[in-house]
Each structure stands twice: as C-alpha cells, then as structure tokens.
Design a protein around this ligand. Structure first.
Ligand code: SAH
Ligand code: SF4
Ligand code: F3S
Length: 478
C-alpha cells in the first residue's frame, strides 16, 4: 500500500505532466463551490493544484476551458442548483470543448452517480471527497487519452498534506484541522459522504498557521465538522495500542484545547475562530482555553439544531435543552462578554408545536448574534428520512417564518446595543456594494462598512458604530 506522502508525490508528477501538456496554451478554469467552509477550503486546494499546472482563473464560464463544480448535499436545494447548472452546459461544452469536472460531497451518493450516468453522461471527471488530491491524474487522463473518469471511493478516509493552495481571502486563512464526522445526527448526510473523523497532526497545522502568519494573515479560521473532538480518535487508538506515536507527534498537543493554546502563541496572528464545535464535546478545558487565549474571538458558534429535549434525542444530538442552556450559562460566567451564534433546523420529523416552542424559548434565552436557520430537508440514507412522522411543508415554512421573525427582532435589538460603541475591526477590503467604502468585521463577526484609506486593509482598527442595519453596521474610523 502506498503511503499518503507517496500518493501526493505521484500527483505532483502528474501536475508537471499536465503543465507540460498545456504549456503556452493559455488555458483557463472556473470553479463553483457549494456548501460549507470545509468545501471552500477544499476548493482552495483545487485552485492551488490547477494554478500549479498552469491554468488561470476566470469568473466567466464562456471563457473557460475547464469548469469545476465542488458540490454539497446537506440540503436538497443544492442538488437542484447543480443539475440546473450542468444541464445548461451541454451546448457550451460542444462549442468550446469545455472539460467539466464535478466533485465533492454529492458525488459520494450512489443515487446521484446513477442520475449523472443517465442524464449527464457528458461530464468528464467525477471525483469524490476522498479523491480530490487526484485531480491532476484525472485531468491528465482526460487531456491525454480523452477518457471519461469516475474516481469516487467509499472509505473511512485519509489525511493528505502538502497540496498547493490558492486562498480566497488575504485576511482570513482557513485551516482544516480534521476531516469527517462520527456523530451521525439522524437528519445529516455528512458522515456518509465525508467518512470517519480523522485529525491532522498538530505540527502540520502549526506549520500552516505559521506560514499564514508569515504571509501577513491576521485571522485564522479552524475548520472541522466537530472541532472539539480534534485528535479524539487518534488518542483512543493510541490508548488501545492501535496507533504508536513513535515520532512523538501528539506529545505536547493532544486535544483541541491545547491546539488553541499553541496557535494563540503564534506571532502575527491576531484572531482565532473555529467552526463547528459540538455542544456535547464542549469540555471545561476548551472553555478555559477560550478564556485564557487573548486571540480567540469571544463569539462562539454553538449549533443548537433544536431546543426540544425530545427532538434532540430523535436527532441523536446527545444533549438536552437544559444541558445546552447550562453550557451557555457556564460559558457566560467564565468568559466575560462571550457571544454566541448558532444553527437551527425547523420541522424535523415528529416536531410538535410544543417542541418548536422550546426552540423559540432557547433562542430568547441565549440571545444569539446570528442564527443560521434551515428547513429540514430529507436526505436519502439517513435515519431521519425513514421516520414516519414527517412534517408537512406548509407547517415547516410557517414555523420557519415564526423563528425568523423572532431572530430578526432579537438581532435588531442586539444591533442597537452596538450604537456608539468602539469596536475592533479587521479590515478586509473594499466593500462589494460600494468600492469607495471599506468593509471589515468585529470580533463578534458583524460586518462594518466605513470610509477609510486602503492602507488600513488587513489591520485591526478602532471603529465607532454609527448606524445599525440588520446585516451590517456603518462605522467611523476612530
Ligand atoms: N457539523 C456541523 C454542521 C454541519 S452542516 C454541526 O454539527 O454543527 C451545517 C448545518 O446544516 C447543520 O448545523 C444543520 O443545522 C444543517 N443541516 C444539516 N443537515 C440538514 C438537513 N438534512 N436539513 C436541513 N438542515 C440540515
Ligand atoms: Fe452532521 Fe451532526 Fe456531524 Fe454536524 S455533527 S456534520 S450535524 S452528523
Ligand atoms: Fe455540504 Fe459537504 Fe459541507 S455536504 S455542508 S459541503 S461537508
């Protein structure tokens, strides 16, 4: 069996082969990423590999020689969107000889592969979540042999280091710290398409963060489906004698809390964020690390999903309403000025009016800075999909609207409390809607738009909040 290092070596050779093949041809690629920040980070690696091979990026698909779609399947609308997009590409493909590559989470689902075989057979490359690093090889085979490639495997998963990367942001660097998920929440497809939890080695993460710091990045976003179980599987394997830590990789850093503390020491980095922690794994050492580490933003994303103990049980979340609220209270006492954001699903199978009111109750009690709300979407292969008591669409939508009204009225109130305060803002760049203004984020992740000199980009400055809107503030540089 090849090691992961050997596999990457081979792909590096393919990168050189493709580079030779397309030399002087001025080929361009375009990429569309759907889904979460982990997928965005995967796409940054896809872009890194493509640019290493000599492809240049274009936003205009008419101008592209290669179109990559990195897909998500966490909710149904992503599927409709993807098939709409690739359905439209058939003509363009014939006209421009466009190579189409589709990869990511959705490709790990058999019914999707069947549908592609039947209706979209003109796709050139299909890759899954475990074969992203093989894009150079797949592309080489398409370019050289005009083959169609399906490269999807169903495994627990490996960890690949040392892929080239082309980052989207110049201020916030995303760093995936672990892959996969072991939780099997009953509504969720992610564990089936991303494999089991596996963590990157601390030294690889630390080196990546140091590299980012040396490139001038101020903010680090640590990513994983369940970041606070970082290294848990590895520690269990060591305890059971299944893994030997011969190189001493886990001697100093052996948990998420210790990783936070180590990253907090890295010079140049000024802000650390992470998504997503799981409430059931929010141990005291993590809370203490957040309190102690000056660079860790005191705004924590703490996914609730439902406020009802009944629903949480059906969802397999492994905490109750009370445990969640107690955790929030504990964090509020131990970490001054801590703020929260969350994810909530409305209308999961069997959700009663009472259950839903429990969700509203938690929202009122916690007072979130931001709530990402989702209508439950049945996913093939998950236990939730087989539950008999599905909620009618109409009721789901009505509950969603009620939740949205509550959340927005709360956020409007919270936003008012920012008026007149001075906030530390990391300046990201010109505002998308108004090139003359700058945009940045507060520690609590609120967007602030303000007038200022371009020299301020990528620094943390004091800004007074002078106007509040639902999704952004207007500010004045102090
Ligand atoms: N691992 C993270 C998030 C994973 S997916 C966590 O546990 O918090 C991001 C969000 O999508 C979830 O938090 C959940 O709110 C939502 N989600 C997942 N599956 C869904 C489904 N089948 N229907 C609707 N929303 C879903
Ligand atoms: Fe999905 Fe639950 Fe894993 Fe999050 S923790 S990815 S919601 S199974
Ligand atoms: Fe979607 Fe895959 Fe992320 S299913 S939410 S892109 S892990």
């Amino acid at each position: 069996m090849m090691t992961e290092i050997q596999e990457i070596e081979i792909q590096k050779q393919y990168m050189q082969k493709v580079a030779k093949l397309i030399e002087n041809k001025d080929l361009k690629y375009t990429i569309l990423t759907m889904g979460c920040q982990l997928n965005e980070n995967d796409s940054e690696k896809i872009c890194g590999m493509l640019e290493e091979m000599g492809y240049r990026k274009t936003e205009d698909i008419e101008d592209a020689n290669l179109a990559v779609f990195n897909t998500c399947c966490v909710r149904e609308n992503a599927e409709e969107r993807l098939f709409g997009k690739i359905g439209n590409l058939k003509n363009l493909k014939e006209k421009n000889n466009l190579i189409i590559a589709v990869g990511g989470c959705m490709m790990q689902e058999q019914h999707i592969l069947d549908k592609i075989k039947k209706s979209f057979s003109y796709i050139d490359i299909i890759f899954g979540t475990h074969t992203l690093h093989k894009l150079p090889e797949d592309l080489y085979k398409v370019l050289e042999d005009q083959k169609k490639i399906k490269d999807v495997i169903d495994i627990d998963g490996n960890v690949y280091e040392d892929l080239p990367i082309k980052r989207n942001s110049k201020t916030q660097g995303s760093v995936t710290i672990m892959y996969g998920c072991n939780n099997f929440c009953s509504y969720c497809i992610v564990p089936y398409v991303r494999g089991r939890e596996r963590s990157r080695k601390p030294k690889d993460i630390i080196n990546e963060v140091k590299e980012l710091a040396s490139q001038g990045y101020k903010e680090i976003m640590l990513l994983g489906q369940n970041v606070n179980s970082y290294l848990r599987s590895e520690m269990e394997a060591i305890q059971q004698g299944k893994l030997k830590d011969e190189a001493g990789d886990y001697k100093e850093i052996n948990s998420f809390a210790k990783l936070l503390r180590a990253i907090n020491q890295i010079e140049g980095i000024e802000r650390i964020r992470f998504v997503s922690p799981h409430p059931k794994d929010f141990t005291d050492d993590v809370i203490e690390a957040i309190a102690d580490c000056g660079k860790v933003c005191k705004c924590i994303h703490l996914p609730l999903q439902s406020g009802s103990t009944n629903m949480l049980k059906v969802m397999n979340r492994k905490y109750t309403k009370e445990q969640y609220l107690n955790l929030v209270e504990k964090m509020k006492t131990k970490i001054p000025n801590i703020k929260f954001t969350t994810d909530i699903i409305v209308g999961f199978a069997g959700e009663t009016e009472e259950d839903f009111e429990d969700t509203l109750d938690v929202v009122k009690k916690v007072g979130y800075e931001q709530v990402f709300m989702f209508i439950y979407s049945r996913r093939v292969g998950t236990p939730g999909d087989k539950m008999p008591n599905q909620i009618p669409e109409e009721i789901k939508h009505k509950r969603f609207d009620r939740l949205k009204d509550l959340v927005e009225s709360q956020i409007a109130k919270t936003n008012k409390s920012y008026l007149g305060t001075a906030q530390k803002v990391l300046v990201e760049g010109p505002s998308k809607n108004n090139e003359k203004m700058l945009t940045g984020r507060t520690e609590s992740n609120k967007v602030v738009v303000f007038e200022g000199d371009k020299d301020l980009i990528n620094s943390i400055i004091d800004v007074e909040i002078i106007e509040d809107h639902m999704w952004y503030f207007k500010g004045k540089v102090l």
